[in-house]
Design a protein around this ligand. Sequence first.
Ligand code: GDP
Ligand code: ADP
Length: 215
Amino acid sequence: MADSTPAQEALARRGLMFILSSPSGAGKTTISRMLLEADDEIKLSVSVTTRPPRPGEKDGVHYYFVDDAEFDRMVEEDDFYEWATVFGHRYGTPKGRIRAALKGGQDFLFDIDWQGTQQLYQKDQQDVVRVFILPPSIDELRRRLESRGQDEKAVIDARMERARAEISHWDAYDYVVINEDVNACFAKVREILDAERMKRQRQTGLIPFVRELMS
Ligand SMILES: Nc1nc2c(ncn2[C@@H]2O[C@H](COP(=O)(O)OP(=O)(O)O)[C@@H](O)[C@H]2O)c(=O)[nH]1
Ligand SMILES: Nc1ncnc2c1ncn2[C@@H]1O[C@H](COP(=O)(O)OP(=O)(O)O)[C@@H](O)[C@H]1O
């Protein structure tokens, strides 16, 4: 590759950890998939879970599906950045090569709950951006869980039961977006990501660039 110009160098930046959380059914999976499709610079951090796959979910793409014994082994071997129990199943973020990739400018998307968000934030405040998605109403939240058509009624009831508790964590996030119209919500989430990428402290190439401008 040809040497980059000073202006291109200025674009060098540290990657960020972009977290999307919401009560179940508010639309974070939908928004995550839109973002991954539209933006080449962000990669999904694929979580490990003991929950059984839903129809259409692929191992290694949406989650790594493991049994309890395998999850226990990973906990013992300290393979997780963070993990939590949600709706009776365990979910965890594998360490993988996230830290090294962040240094190289790779962004990661995390679809994790408030417990995982808190743990990641405590470990790495400067790289974490926390976005919370709210449904326009509780009735609409139930409609969406039903319309997804992938969970039994008892599972949907349990998720609705927990919705209020999950919503109560809204104030531990940097940004809150209401998902009424999905395209409008997606556009806002992209704006947040774009703006966060421009933060001065993330633009690691700026110092030499500005020095050059001023010399
Ligand atoms: N802490 C933590 N939460 C996770 C992780 N992966 C998924 N979750 C959360 O677990 C919850 C249940 O996820 P899922 O069963 O896929 O149902 P969803 O609510 O429809 O997305 C959601 O709040 C996810 O954000 C993880 O690695 N760590
Ligand atoms: N703005 C929206 N308007 C109507 N339906 C939506 C909207 N956003 C998401 N949905 C639908 O609601 C259901 C739940 O969305 P999903 O992304 O799976 O939520 P979550 O990952 O937060 O549990 C899906 O069937 C999805 O297609």
